[in-house]
Design a binder for this molecule. Sequence first.
Ligand SMILES: Nc1nc2c(ncn2[C@@H]2O[C@H](COP(=O)(O)O[C@H]3[C@@H](O)[C@H](n4cnc5c(=O)[nH]c(N)nc54)O[C@@H]3COP(=O)(O)O)[C@@H](O)[C@H]2O)c(=O)[nH]1
Length: 534
Amino acid sequence: MPPQRKNRDFGWLLIVCAGLLPLVLGILCTAIEARHTVSQQQISTANSLLTQAEKMSDNAWDMITQLRQYHYQPCAKIEDQLQRAGTLNAYFRSVGLLSGENISCSSAFGLANGTLTQMMMQPPPITGKAWWSISIRGTYGVPNRPAVVFVRQLPDTTGFWAVIDGQYLMDFMHAIGESRGYQMSLRFSGGAPITSGPADIEPELYLKSEPYQAESSRYPISVNVTVPASELLKAWRQALFIFLPMAAIFSILLMVLTANWLRRRISWADEIRRAMRSRQFSVHYQPVYSTEIERCKGAEALLRWQLPNGEMIRPDIFISHAESEGIIVQLTQHLLDLMAEDIQGWEVEPGFHIGLNVAAEHLQHADFVQDIQRFARRIKDKQMVVTLELTERSLIDDGELVARKLRYLQSHGMKVAIDDFGTGHCSLSYLLTFPLDYLKIDRGFINAIEGLEAETPVLDAIINLCHKLKLDVLGEGVETSLQYEYLRQRGVVLIQGYYYARPMDNDRLRAWLNEQGRQPLLVEESHEPELRHS
Ligand SMILES: Nc1nc2c(ncn2[C@@H]2O[C@H](COP(=O)(O)O[C@H]3[C@@H](O)[C@H](n4cnc5c(=O)[nH]c(N)nc54)O[C@@H]3COP(=O)(O)O)[C@@H](O)[C@H]2O)c(=O)[nH]1
């Protein structure tokens, strides 16, 4: 499958993924949000129920405290007051007095003969405490409705009791949760549950209902609230209803942006291919001056792209697109063809250097050595030295293999230079990995020169490093006589920059080489930064 076709298929997949991303994220986020909302409701319902149960317990214990006024009094005398207390106060089913296990007086039955066990229809719990309460399934008088019994026993085995009707709690539960299908249960001291809601909650596969349990810090009350999956689904639907239109807009926007980005990505590679076919590329050459031989020692080839309408595309832009879209190898092969054609018309002395930039991808490409050798064969009669300039824009993965290729080319008379030294992230590791002949100092360091005597520590350190490593050093972007003089005084013999010559097309270069190229550079004494040689 051709690479372009592969790109397109991958592009459709990318557009679909971009469209699905907001939708999938939205569905996930709304599901999380729905679960959070429902669990907040669950907690708040459980807390309300607990507060209500605590309030009723407060009432019951207050009632028991009030009953102390009837202590040791005959039932016949207090019966009426007990009856009033048990009926006029909210929540109560009955209240009364105890004598040992027996009920000595009751607001419901007066002087009854029954026992506490008979009234509760179960034996009282063995707590060892003087104050206790428990939820029960029913009482002797109302056996089918749950209740809560509160008992206060005195050391002399007498005591007081109050029974709260469970119906109040069930009504409260009904009011706060039954309409939403909540299943609620409440227990005092682990006694019989007082429940509300459906008996069983259907287990759902994807939206499992989690029961929530809360305990009172003041009384032995525990509350359990379970939310049905249908509530979760309802909350999720509501969140989706708000979110989905937004997600759809995002989805469309992202798809359009991705498609646009892909179109531009694909079109850069396509445009470069088309431009190569229709010969829109040409090469400009920037001369390099040698302070040793005092004339032009070589030139760097710089690619130029002019559209049919005359507009120029900046090299840093199309080179980086060619690199990122995997077409830099083809473009450099095209550059080599154009250079070979141009050089046929040059009149240069043997040993003239011709430099070209080589991208990391090309260095690692299987055709690299062959491409350079083919170019060298085509310009063989000019006896030039081909200089390969390595940049750090993209990383070289297999440094050892590239180093072997470079050593091989060096053994055939070619030179290797590291370009823009000091600007990338692996300048120093390049020094160790690759067999270098030259080092080109980036113009950023040259720009920092302020005076002949003023120190430029990083630049000085780079120059010293080159001298120590016995590497030839070239100063790039030299624009002023001051920069030129500074570098010359510190032993930088190769100078490239607007101060000596700007990049020029092939025709201008040929004329330039025959005139200025053979002459020494006339350096202005004043070292004025604005003065230019050409
Ligand atoms: N892989 C390839 N990279 C290439 C090729 N052709 C160019 N390039 C790289 O593109 C970047 C921009 O290049 P360009 O716009 O051509 O700029 C070069 C010079 O014009 C500029 N320069 C030279 N002297 C001066 C100066 O005195 N002042 C100043 N402001 N600019 C100056 O520097 C660029 C040369 O840089 P370098 O290559 O680092 O020597 C640039 O990174 C090119 O490398 C190509 O065919 N292949």
